[in-house]
Write a protein that binds this ligand. Structure first.
Ligand code: ARG
Length: 589
């Protein structure tokens, strides 16, 4: 018995002891090879027998089946079953021992449950969002922002040293066009008043006029060259456009609850850094002339050439990415540097990452593109014609107002309705993007994503609020509501009986809770937030099945206490999981 009054077995140690009796190998060596299967239906622990094959001169499956048999013949009471599956011996704990162990783990660790510390000492750069100056924050950047933020959260949670970067698109030929248009047809007040909308209008106007008078293109190009050479007038206007654009971007980030460690535009990678890239490529014999431009030939890798310098000496998106990667490695010494962007940029990333590899940088292997699919609307793809885009600000407003309607219908007396609608509406939008594997396109359907009882964000939030409400009602009116402390208190002392949670429904809930840490780790390894999102749905469904079948508050002790402890554990995991997905967890809704 420990201080909480429950018997806390250190299962891996105990298992290593059992294995040691039968294999005559040192405990420490066995302990480190014990694994946790990805799904506890396969076993709570597993022991792979490959390592023993040489020593015992038998095949791993033969060893596994003999070992399982020997352990079964003399099984300790806390162990439910030892079973061989191929080269593994899989172990199932006895239900009561399992219930005790899981509840203790989660309620003792609280918000840290699942934070395995595996990332300690490793540095990860996660680049995401990266919208373009002078254009609205449109739906094309919503996916990277939501997925990127989730990966950022997951790695921090696992103990990595994370640097999040917003690589703003603030440089390129479009700014020459915009400055030309502004000087010809713009005025300061309109731009200040209408912000990006006015910049977009000017940009569209430029294209209309340039169709009639192509000399405008030369004028625009001359502005680009001037900007590259440090011309003050054009840079002042450009700087102003950048600041204006940030107002809208910041409003979006505030509502999405996102901030970056580093916001740095592509313009930063100019001048000397770019020359260095070209020079290094040249020294390595990688740079070739092609129609006046400089390229790196990638034919051997089945890719079109990578364009490094334009014929007029202008630098390119690709060159800036190469310079940025070199600079990031210098600054952050990253183990990994991730780039979350739409799938349509996959070739671009494959090309320049190959170039960096050819340059011979040993860290090139740490660069990784994380692509994702686009949004699909009922009536086919969204339209991205000039200036005609779906603004994220409008989407957020719509998500919130639609949610407010639902709340007015379901729970009209709720306090702080506006705030809850903001949390639930935006949470729904995020969950919808995170629920499927990244690369799949996301179907945009308001009714489906806002539903309180589908595979949705609101459903998980609702289940979390339900657990909070049960816990709150269990407390006397005057006690402070600290659900973490409550959970621990419930399993302390001799009146807690884990046997009461060994039935199928509560056991299923605990099984899912037990698997939560492994799912976070899996999600981190394959950059797939859906693994967490789906696990939360499974947990919410299992808890609701339990809730509908069993009473909690109306029950006598000690059943009441056991079911409340289960509820406290569910609340904790749902809250942590929603937090990883960047979604708020209101206590009432
Ligand atoms: N601003 C770019 C766009 O909107 C995305 C930047 C992606 N990141 C990068 N390092 N290239 O298309």
């Amino acid at each position: 018995m420990d201080e909480y009054g429950i018997k806390r077995l250190d299962f891996t140690k105990s298992l290593a002891e059992v294995l040691s009796t039968h294999t005559k190998l040192p405990k420490a060596e066995l302990e480190i090879s014990i694994e946790t299967p990805p799904d506890s239906k396969l076993g709570h622990f597993a022991f792979p027998c490959y390592g023993l094959a040489k020593k015992l001169k038998k095949s791993p499956p033969a060893i596994a089946s003999e070992l399982a048999e020997k352990i079964e013949a003399n099984r300790p009471s806390w162990l439910g079953e030892a079973r061989s599956t191929g080269p593994y011996v899989n172990f199932f704990l006895n239900r009561t021992a399992f219930v005790n162990a899981v509840l203790f783990e989660v309620l003792d660790a609280g918000p840290e449950y699942g934070a395995n510390g595996k990332g300690e000492g490793q540095s990860i750069v996660v680049e995401y969002s990266s919208p373009n100056i002078a254009k609205h924050f449109h739906i094309g950047h919503l996916g990277t922002t939501i997925i990127g933020k989730t990966l950022d959260n997951i790695y921090r949670f696992l103990g990595y040293d994370v640097t999040s970067i917003n690589h703003l698109g603030d440089w390129g030929t479009q700014f020459g066009k915009l400055i030309t248009a502004y000087l010809k047809w713009g005025n300061e007040d309109e731009v200040n008043k209408k912000e990006i909308s006015e910049l977009v209008r000017l940009y569209v106007k430029f294209h209309e006029e340039a169709d009639k008078d192509p000399s405008l293109n030369d004028e625009a190009r001359s502005w680009v060259i001037k900007m590259q050479d440090g011309d003050e007038e054009s840079l002042r206007i450009w700087q102003w456009f950048c600041e204006l654009s940030m107002y809208e971007f910041e409003r979006v980030y505030d509502r999405l609850d996102i901030s970056f460690d580093l916001v740095r535009g592509e313009s930063y990678y100019n001048g000397k850094m770019m020359e260095d890239v070209a020079e290094t490529l040249d020294k390595k014999g990688l740079l070739k002339e092609s129609e006046g431009a400089k390229i790196v030939d990638l034919e051997a890798f089945n890719m079109p050439p990578s364009l490094i310098l334009r014929s007029d000496g202008g630098t390119l998106y690709t060159t800036r990415d190469i310079a940025a990667a070199i600079d990031r490695y210098k600054t952050f010494k990253f183990d990994k540097c991730l780039y979350v962007t739409g799938n349509e940029q996959s070739l671009h990333f494959a090309q320049w990452m190959k170039v960096v590899e050819l340059m011979g940088y040993p860290w090139a292997g740490g660069l990784e593109h994380i692509p994702y699919g686009m949004y699909l609307f009922e009536k086919g793809k969204m339209s991205t014609r000039r200036g005609d885009v779906i603004k994220v600000e409008d989407l957020l407003d719509e998500a919130v107002s639609k949610t407010l309607e639902i709340i007015n219908e379901k729970n009209p007396d709720l306090n702080n309705k506006e705030r809850v609608a903001e949390q639930v509406g935006i949470g729904a939008l995020k969950f919808n993007k995170l629920y499927n594997s990244r690369i799949k396109d996301t179907v945009f359907d308001w009714d489906r994503m806002l539903s309180f009882d589908g595979e949705t964000g609101p459903y998980v939030q609702y289940t979390h609020a339900r657990a909070c409400s049960v816990l709150k009602k269990s407390l006397s009116a005057e006690s402070r509501m600290d659900f973490g402390a409550l959970g621990l208190a419930l399993i302390s002392g001799s009146s807690f009986d884990a046997d009461l949670l060994a039935d199928d429904e509560p056991f299923e809930v605990l099984r899912i809770i037990h698997d939560f840490p492994a799912k976070i780790q899996d999600a981190a390894e394959v950059y797939e937030p859906y693994i967490i999102a789906r696990h939360l749905i499974a947990l919410a469904q299992a808890y609701n099945a339990f809730y509908h079948k069993h009473q909690i508050l109306a029950e006598e002790e000690p059943v009441r206490r056991a079911r409340l402890a289960l509820t406290a554990a569910v609340r904790q995991v749902l809250k942590t999981g929603l937090g990883l997905l960047g979604i708020a967890a209101p206590v009432v809704m």
